[in-house]
Design a protein around this ligand. Structure first.
Ligand code: ZN
Length: 460
């Protein structure tokens, strides 16, 4: 009797283990299959013919970035520069760009379903096209203006959150991805990264926008102050320098003419705590998500900084790093009473996403500045445009704009990185932008033409 009982228990446990295993597999299949099937190593999906039968990816005006022809073969846009300009947002057939739409949304594009796998009958298939908010012509214009230099340009509508232009360089033809080997890897270094969302650069003078916001909030008489700049200011045995001596400048002039000496003094007075608080409120050290993509964090860290390093960090050097999309968003917040609309590029109008409620575009983000500070920073940026950039003939599609350039020293051996951030003041064309050009030299000559090219294309 005892033996029979023991055997019954044994059979009971074996049966239990079997059903538990089946249940586990079933759950894994339901949750994971869409993901497995769309992995690049699945020959059915990413064969030499690409994401076979996948839906089209369209720009905001229904121009095709890529579509599938009758035989299911992927067909990219006919123009070479256009294809290179959108590589990082659309992706290639080999799914090399992990943040691109063809990688991120491959399941949706291929119309995969658990019941039919990839072979869902045409009659049952929902529309698997994906529409982006991006304008194909503006993206090409910005890419061409980058002129083969490494960098990024992003322009978005700060009222709606729609990204209108996003391009990253270096690039390659998504219709014909290069084979990257030991011999040519240097040439293609970093090419799989979308610099708009996945890179961060030394900000240089554009960071004075953050230091200025902190000064407005914490130094009550900042507008009455003047600063003496003789071209160099020594802190702890090391000079903070300006290209030329600015003489005696007000706070507003110091921002417009980008006086390092004045801003080093301001940063010193503000101290690590206040600067860190403002930087973090304005989005540094914070994780942003754009159309389900985790954006590279901008960083500001002066915990261990001495007085000299603190001063450098207040003018965007030391260990400061800024992500281009975040910089555009910060400008969007300044333009928008201190609170940004979160940027997105997968359109809410895409039928499958609308049905599933998957997209999260155009929501209000977290407040970055108080409305009062935003108004004052906007005024500083407007004056920078009027005092400095307009005088040099900078014209952005004839629109009023507020902006700041930056020239960030990275390495004594290399040319500095050039930045241009800001926004247009127009109800019809409310665009916030950020451009960075690696080893571009001066912001005003290297980075401004890229934003101008993109916005001209959007306006005209
Ligand atoms: Zn100066």
């Amino acid at each position: 009797m005892k033996r029979i009982m023991q055997r019954s228990y044994l059979i009971f446990f074996i049966t239990l283990a079997f059903f538990a295993g089946v249940a586990f597999l079933a759950v894994k299949l339901v949750l994971g299959s869409a993901d497995w099937v769309s992995k690049p190593y699945n020959g059915h999906m990413a064969s030499s013919s690409g994401l076979s039968q996948a839906g089209s990816i369209l720009d905001r005006n229904d121009n095709a970035f890529v579509e599938s022809d009758k035989d299911g073969k992927r067909k990219y846009n006919g123009d070479y520069d256009t294809r290179c300009s959108y590589l990082h947002i659309v992706g290639d057939n080999s799914l090399n760009i992990s943040t691109a739409v063809q990688s991120m949304y491959r399941t949706e594009l291929t119309g995969y379903s658990l019941l039919f796998g990839l072979g869902m009958p045409k009659s049952l298939k929902t529309n698997s096209d994906i529409k982006l908010t991006v304008d194909i012509d503006a993206t090409k214009a910005a890419y061409q203006a980058l002129d083969g230099k490494k960098g990024a340009c992003v322009v978005y509508n700060y009222k709606t959150g729609e990204i209108l232009c996003s391009t990253s360089s270096l690039s390659y033809d998504p219709a014909d991805p290069p084979e990257i080997t030991k011999e040519n890897e240097e040439e293609y270094s970093g090419v799989y990264l979308d610099n708009v969302v996945s890179s961060a650069y030394t900000p240089g003078s554009i960071f004075k926008t953050v230091t200025a916001a902190c000064a407005i909030e914490n130094i009550p008489d900042i507008y009455e102050r003047t600063f003496d700049c003789s071209g160099a200011y020594e802190i702890e045995g090391d000079d903070i320098t300006c290209e030329d001596a600015h003489g005696t400048v007000t706070f507003e002039e110091a921002y417009a003419y980008s006086c390092n000496v004045a801003f080093a003094k301001i940063a010193q007075e503000l101290g690590t705590e206040k600067l860190t608080k403002t930087a973090e409120e304005m989005g540094f050290n914070k994780q942003f998500v754009m159309s389900n993509i985790n954006v590279q964090k901008s960083s500001f860290d002066v915990k261990e900084a001495n007085d000299n390093q603190l001063a450098w960090s207040g003018i965007g050097q030391h260990t400061d790093l800024a992500n281009p999309l975040h910089m555009a968003m910060m400008c969007g917040a300044i333009a928008n009473d201190g609170t940004p609309v979160v940027p997105y590029h997968v359109s809410n109008n895409t039928s499958i996403f609308a049905k599933l409620g998957l997209t999260k575009g155009g929501q209000t983000g977290e407040k970055m500045l108080s409305p009062d500070t935003a108004e004052k920073v906007k005024d500083l940026m407007r004056k920078a445009a009027n005092y400095y950039y307009n005088v040099r003939g900078l014209n952005i599609a004839g629109l009023d704009f507020c902006a700041k350039t930056g020239t960030a020293e990275v390495d004594k051996e290399k040319q500095p990185n050039a930045w241009f951030i800001g926004f247009t003041e127009s109800d019809e064309h409310p665009y916030a932008f950020a451009v960075v050009v690696e080893e571009g030299g001066y912001g005003i000559s290297a980075a401004t033409p890229v934003a101008v090219a993109a916005i001209n294309e959007l306006v005209n």
